[in-house]
Design a protein around this ligand. Structure first.
Ligand SMILES: [Zn+2]
Length: 297
C-alpha cells in the first residue's frame, strides 16, 4: 500500500480535453453545455474527500446507458468520456499515459506484488459515471487488483478500501499488516491485518476492508513462500557463517528497508522472521529441530 502524489491536473481541464476529442458537433455541444454540472460534481467529490465518505456520493444502477445523470448528460455519454476519449483519444490520452507511470510501475494497492497494468476507477464508472475522468478517481493499478476487486463500491464508510492519493498518511507510513511464522513443513508465513490500537475504529475497519478486498492474506502468503525458501537456502549456504544474532540483524535490516512498502509482503515477512527466535537458531538441515512437536514424525 503506497501513497501516491495526487494528480496535478485540474478536473475541468481534463473534462474539456476529453470533450475536445469528440468529433460529432451535437455530442460535443451537449458536453460543453453541461460543464457546470461536472464542476458541481467535483465540488461534491471534494466534500466527500474531506469526510472520507465517498460511499455516500450518488450512485446509479447497472446498465442503462440512456439514463440521464446530470443536466442532459446520460450515463453512456459520461462513460464514453473515459473509454472513447481519455483512453482512446490523442491529446487526452497523454493524461492517461502519465497516470499510468505515476507510481514507477508499482501497484499502490497490493503492497508491491503487482506491476501497473491499467488505470483503476476508485469509484467504479458503472456506478459513478460522473467521475469517469476525474483525476482523483483514476489510480494506476495491477491486473490482479483491478480484476479481483468487486465491481460495486462500498455502501458504508468502514468498507471503503484505501485511497492512494487521498487517505491519511498513517495508512501508508505506519505498520498495520502483521505476520506469524509457522513451524510447519515447509515453514509458512501467515499475514493478518493488525492496525495500531490507537487508530480509530473506522480506520481499523477500513484497513481490514482493504486487506480483504484485495485478498492480501492469500497473495502475500504465496509471495512469501518463494522468498522464504530462498532465505532458508541462503542460511544453509552463504549465511551459514552468521551467528544467530548476526542472522537476526540481517533479517531486521531487510525488515527496515525503505525500498519496500512498510505494509508490503516482503518487509512484513522479514519483520516477522526477525522476531521469531526459533527461526534464527534453527538448523534447517534438521527439520525435526524446529517443527511443532506435533508435526515431528
Ligand atoms: Zn495490485
Amino acid at each position: 500500500m503506497r501513497q501516491l502524489k495526487r494528480p496535478k491536473y485540474n478536473p475541468l481541464d481534463v473534462f474539456l480535453l476529453c470533450v475536445g476529442e469528440v468529433v460529432e458537433d451535437d455530442a460535443r455541444s451537449n458536453y460543453l453545455e453541461n460543464h457546470h454540472q461536472i464542476a458541481n460534481s467535483v465540488v461534491e467529490f471534494d466534500a466527500a474527500t474531506s469526510g472520507k465518505n465517498w460511499f455516500g456520493l450518488p450512485r446509479v444502477g447497472r446498465g442503462h446507458p440512456e439514463v440521464v445523470i446530470r443536466g442532459t448528460l446520460t450515463k453512456g455519454a459520461l462513460v464514453d468520456l473515459y473509454g472513447k476519449y481519455l483512453v482512446g483519444g490523442e491529446a487526452a490520452r497523454e493524461i492517461y499515459d502519465e497516470l499510468l507511470v505515476s507510481s514507477d510501475g508499482r501497484c499502490p494497492f497490493c503492497g508491491g506484488i503487482g506491476q501497473v497494468h491499467t488505470v483503476d476507477h476508485y469509484l467504479p464508472k458503472s456506478s459513478f459515471p460522473v467521475y469517469s475522468v476525474l483525476p482523483d478517481n483514476l489510480i494506476p493499478c495491477c491486473r490482479d487488483c483491478n480484476t479481483g476487486k468487486m465491481a460495486s463500491f462500498a455502501t458504508t464508510q468502514k468498507d471503503q478500501t484505501l485511497h492512494p492519493y487521498l487517505d491519511a498518511p498513517s495508512f501508508f507510513s505506519e505498520r498495520w499488516v502483521g505476520a506469524m511464522v509457522c513451524r510447519t513443513d515447509p515453514i509458512a508465513v501467515e499475514f493478518t491485518c493488525s492496525p495500531p490500537d490507537e487508530w480509530s475504529d473506522i480506520d481499523k475497519m477500513r484497513a481490514q476492508a482493504h486487506f480483504d478486498q484485495y485478498n492480501l492474506a492469500n497473495r502475500y502468503r504465496i509471495q512469501a513462500g518463494a522468498e522464504l525458501a530462498r532465505v532458508i537456502d541462503l542460511r544453509k549456504k552463504s549465511l551459514r557463517i552468521l551467528t544467530s544474532e548476526q542472522f537476526a540483524a540481517y533479517l531486521d535490516e531487510n525488515a527496515e528497508s525503505d525500498a519496500y512498502d512498510i505494509n508490503g509482503w516482503n518487509r512484513t515477512m522479514y519483520w516477522a522472521l526477525a522476531r521469531a527466535e526459533w527461526f534464527q537458531t534453527a538448523d534447517f538441515s534438521e527439520p525435526a529441530s524446529y517443527l511443532e512437536p506435533a508435526l515431528v514424525a
